[in-house]
Design a protein around this ligand. Sequence first.
Ligand code: TRP
Length: 372
Amino acid sequence: MTGRIILTGDRPTGRLHIGHYVGSLRNRVAIQNAGGYEKMFVFIADAQALTDNFDNPEKVRQNIIEVALDYLSVGLDPNKVTLFIQSQIPQLTELTFYYMNLVTVARLQRNPTVKTEITMRGFNAEGEEQAFGSGLPVGFFCYPISQAADITAFKATDVPVGEDQKPMIEQTVEIVRSFNRIYGETLVEPKAVLPTNSACLRLPGTDGKAKMSKSLGNCIYLAESADEMRKKVMSMYTDPLHINVSDPGHIEGNTVFTYLDAFCRDEHFALYWPDYANLDELKAHYQKGGLGDVKCKRFLEKILNDELEPIRARRKEYEKDIPSVYEILKKGSEAAEAAAQATLDEVKKAMKIDYFNDKALIEEQARRFGDL
Ligand code: TRP
């Protein structure tokens, strides 16, 4: 039996932000550095991004390098991890086509992401809500199947992702089970690896309202300058009832405290705010009253800077040699293609469509026709 195989990816539709970081990227780097796995793959899901950006290929193309730089700058190491681009691995498309036989239209319609797109998607020119309905492109409709191909092509066992991706992993497990039942034990069931800290599962935007999203303008990007980041932290949503410093403050739904939950460790207090031993003490003071938001924001800013500074520095280094970043992706894509081909060979054998390698088939047919 093989050991753990780690695989995950992101759509190249924008720069990655600290929501991606605490939700998955930080986890990936920890897994990478802990070792003990057989292989680790991290990829840029450009073909998937095209399923809902097919009319904007330039956007996807521009964001390949952004995401690659984000990967390298958080500390993913191309000597330990295979970094690759999805569209460069044709075996993934081929697997997708075979897996399509194993999934019903009704099952895809129940997939929460697909369902949202079918029932409510943006507004038309008149400002009316526009649902895709049966106008949903087939490519988008099928992307959960293509995601199953991404995962199974590498026999991934562990998929570190954000919470929103759980339904995709469930869909993959169902496809694996159907495949193995019909064609014989071939594919490996993956499991999602989620952060254990609940603040990290769905980090809200700086406005506190929703999860971070580029269109809402409430993101702190990994590549953010220290200046920009300070402005964003200082304008963060806190507790609207906490008007005077002496007022009791609320922690729930207070973005500054949610971010502290995601980023703060006890040693940060020793370093920057020795009045408190840990976050619980700070929270207790805030709730009692007598602690202002600005002090908490300054503390958060220092912590975020500590975390982002090495990331910014590494990004600057890689930015000096962009062609070498593409070279890393090219080498990674070649290695990934070989791995995916090995699985595709097994899949075709299991599905009895490996005719030219099937000596027994050829002999059997020769005998049959010879006997006529
Ligand atoms: N759906 C993921 C996202 O939106 C990207 C992705 C594509 C992925 N294929 C994957 C993640 C396979 C994990 C495993 O970010």
